[in-house]
Ligand binder design. Sequence first.
Ligand SMILES: NC(=O)c1ccc[n+]([C@@H]2O[C@H](COP(=O)([O-])OP(=O)(O)OC[C@H]3O[C@@H](n4cnc5c(N)ncnc54)[C@H](OP(=O)(O)O)[C@@H]3O)[C@@H](O)[C@H]2O)c1
Length: 217
Amino acid sequence: MKVFIIGIGGGVGLRLARRLVARGDQVDGLLRRAATRERLAAEGIAAAPGDLVAMSVPELAAAMRGADAIVFTAGAGGRGGPEATAQVDGEGPGKVAAAAELAGIRRFVLVSVFPEAWRERRMNEAFERYMVAKKLAETRLVLTDLDWIVLRPSALSDAPGVGTVDLGLAKVHDEIRRDDVAATIAELLRRPEVGRVILEVTGGATPIADAVAAMTP
Ligand SMILES: NC(=O)c1ccc[n+]([C@@H]2O[C@H](COP(=O)([O-])OP(=O)(O)OC[C@H]3O[C@@H](n4cnc5c(N)ncnc54)[C@H](OP(=O)(O)O)[C@@H]3O)[C@@H](O)[C@H]2O)c1
C-alpha cells in the first residue's frame, strides 16, 4: 500500500511514516523544508517538496497520484497567526480531499480533535480559532464521496507508545501518545471495511488491533 501523508514531518506524521515503512508499505508526503527532507531521506522516508497552502488542487493531485490512501495530520500549530490556522487546519483538508478526488484516491484519514478538548481550561483566542477550523474541516470532508475516516485523538504526548487505546464513536477527552495515534491510523489503513465514520481515540487498555477490529460495521 502507498500512503501519502500530509504532515509527514510532524509528530504523528513521522511516527506513522516510520511504522508504515517498517511493515513494508510505501510512504510519500509533502515537506516544506529541505533540511527535513534530507533528515527523513536518511532514514528511507522520501517526500516531495511542497506546501499545501501554496499548491493548487491540481498540483496536489499530481503529487498524490498513485497513492492508495491519504492521511491528513498537518496543522499550523498556532504558528503563522489566524491566516495559517484558517488555511492549514480549516481549508487544508477540504483542499486535499478535492485533490484526492481528482487523483482518484478514495481512502482519506483526517486527524482532527475532540470538540470538547480542554474546554475545562481557559484557552486563548488562537485555540478557539483552531477548534473552529478543525470542525469546519470535518464538516467539509464528511460531505465528500470519499471513503473518509475522521479520527479525533485526545491531547497528544510524546511519551513512548504502549500499544493500547480506547477507541470508539464517543470517548471522554483525556490524553494519548502520538505513537499510539500513529499505530491506530496504521491499523485503520489495513481495515478498508471501517469507513465513513467519526472515531474518537484516547489512552486506554485495548490492544490497538482489537480496538480497530471492533469498529468493523
Ligand atoms: N497537539 C495536540 O494535543 C493535538 C490534539 C488533537 C489533535 N491534534 C492534531 O493532530 C495532528 C498532528 O499533531 P502533531 O502535534 O503531531 O503535529 P505537528 O508536529 O505540529 O506537525 C504538523 C505538521 O503539519 C505540517 N504543515 C503545517 N503547515 C503545512 C503546510 N502549509 N503544508 C504542508 N505541511 C504543513 C508541518 O510541517 P513543517 O514541519 O514544515 O512545519 C508539520 O509536519 C494535527 O492535525 C493536530 O491539529 C493535536
